[in-house]
Design a protein around this ligand. Structure first.
Ligand SMILES: Nc1ncnc2c1ncn2[C@@H]1O[C@H](COP(=O)(O)OP(=O)(O)OP(=O)(O)O)[C@@H](O)[C@H]1O
Length: 257
């Protein structure tokens, strides 16, 4: 695959398409370029191909047409370099391992020393507010805390690209809003990290994003790309501001197409 010269471009999709072997056109002609340091949300109805795009970015699924560059190289190469990390809706913590061992697992798989694993796991557990729970087992944590631990595990390998597929969908509204703020804090401290975030929740997308990609139902195409030009840190008052309401309306309108 051709190597892009622009290292600041984290993901480049050109006419990206995916037709599954059974004939389902999941993604069609998607053109999106994502730069370093963006927080980009994908919103769209169920089945519009959001997860399929993520699978292609992580190299778990191949495009059937068009091109896709991740970190200026192929998705598989980017994954090999540990440049990408993934957080799913359900936490994927191993129930028989303590939180610190779960969080250090990606480093263990790479052969890192025990000391490095512990240091790095403690660093990210502090970032997500779980430094007092290093020895706990997953079953001892609430849903929100398990999600924090999953985020810590994704951050432990210092990814340049963090992909999050509806990470807060199973949480109650208060916990969801708390985690949104915490995630923005973590992201804004690391200007090199790009976050791609899937959500069905337009309010969540507007609060978090620098840009929002609105997708259409099958076949999944881009209906609109909206910029949210509101500076960070975003205060809680943003959620009830007229500007917020206006962007929510624009995105909701685009979703109807
Ligand atoms: N392995 C597969 N084989 C065949 N069709 C598939 C496969 N995976 C997904 N699809 C279909 O591709 C379309 C897009 O699926 P995808 O999971 O990417 O959508 P989504 O937008 O992430 O949906 P949701 O919001 O419900 O998670 C859907 O119609 C789905 O049924």
């Amino acid at each position: 695959m051709e190597v892009s010269a622009d290292v600041k471009e984290r993901v480049k999709m050109e006419r990206l398409s995916k037709v599954y072997p059974n004939g389902t056109v999941a993604v069609q002609d998607v053109n999106v370029s994502i730069s370093e340091g963006e927080f980009l949300c994908f919103v769209g109805p169920s089945g519009c191909g959001k997860s399929t795009i993520f699978k292609m970015i992580t190299g778990l699924s191949s495009p059937t047409d068009g091109t896709l560059h991740v970190m200026g190289t192929s998705p598989k190469q980017a994954r090999k370099q540990s440049d990408t990390a993934f957080v799913f809706q359900e936490h994927t913590l191993l129930p028989w391992m303590s939180i610190i061992d779960n969080v250090g697992l990606p480093l263990a798989l790479r052969g890192a020393s025990r000391k490095e694993r512990r240091q790095e796991a403690e660093r990210v557990l502090e970032l997500v507010g779980l430094k007092d729970y290093t020895k706990s087992m997953p079953r001892q944590l609430s849903g929100g805390m398990k999600m924090r631990a999953s985020i810590a595990r994704a951050l432990v390998s210092k990814p340049k690209l963090l992909l999050m597929d509806e990470p807060f969908a199973a949480l109650d509204e208060i916990t969801r809003q708390t985690l949104q703020r915490e995630l923005l804090d973590i992201w804004s401290k690391d200007k090199e990290m790009t976050v791609l975030f899937i959500t069905h929740n337009v309010f969540e997308a507007v609060f978090l994003s620098t840009r929002i990609v609105v997708m259409t139902p099958r076949p999944g195409k881009v209906a609109a790309i909206e910029s949210v030009r509101v500076p960070f840190p975003r205060e809680e008052t943003f959620r009830t501001s007229p500007e917020f309401g206006q962007i929510v309306r624009t995105v909701s309108e685009a979703l109807k197409h």
